[in-house]
Write a protein that binds this ligand. Sequence first.
Ligand SMILES: [Zn+2]
Length: 243
Amino acid sequence: MLRKGAHAVVVDPGDAAPVLAYLDREGLRLAGILNTHHHGDHVGGNAGLLRRFDVPVYGPARETIPGGTHPLLDGASVHLDALGITLTVLDVPGHTAGHIAYAGEAAGVPVAFVGDTLFAGGCGRLFEGSPADMLASLARLAALPGPTQIYCAHEYTLANLRFALAVEPGNAALVARQAVEQGKRDRAEPTVPSTLDLELATNPFLRVAIPQVAAAACARAGTGLASPVDVFAALREWKNVFR
Ligand SMILES: [Zn+2]
């Protein structure tokens, strides 16, 4: 949720009820909906919100978005007039074929809404794209400014960090992060947003070029992995079966 004054814009409302409850509690008026991709747990609340608020619905041009009014292509600008914010659209296919992210500045802070592409400590599953697609999408996000606050769409952080530690047990920044994030969850606080700098230091899916990460992926695959895409694909398959 982005907010300013009496207005708010919601990103990926999977369910209308908690959004409406929050708006009512905070005395806010919905000014728009931003969707990153077509999955039900990201667009399921659109219809319920639109019943109460007649607002623009932004989403990927290459996917079907319920109530969509502004189909967006790579490089498009989204002007959220009520909030005085402009966001830029990045195509980041891999989790879904048309997945987009939104990047810009809110209250002077760089932010990115990345849906199910980059997670805190992990990345999304490849439902509609190849490892090469996803790796290229993650590289686009990794090129944003280091202090960018990364708003992903799910609180999967602790499970992701368990996997990250299996890949890189000797990464001191990762060990430290695990303790910090565990503390947040123990206090019932969210771990999202993180920052891009923190992800670059601890997220194995952004670290396929790091020798220790590549070596762990090779050991797991039982073979030499020639390219960053091979390393990424091996990591993603390993994560899929990691418990
Ligand atoms: Zn999804």
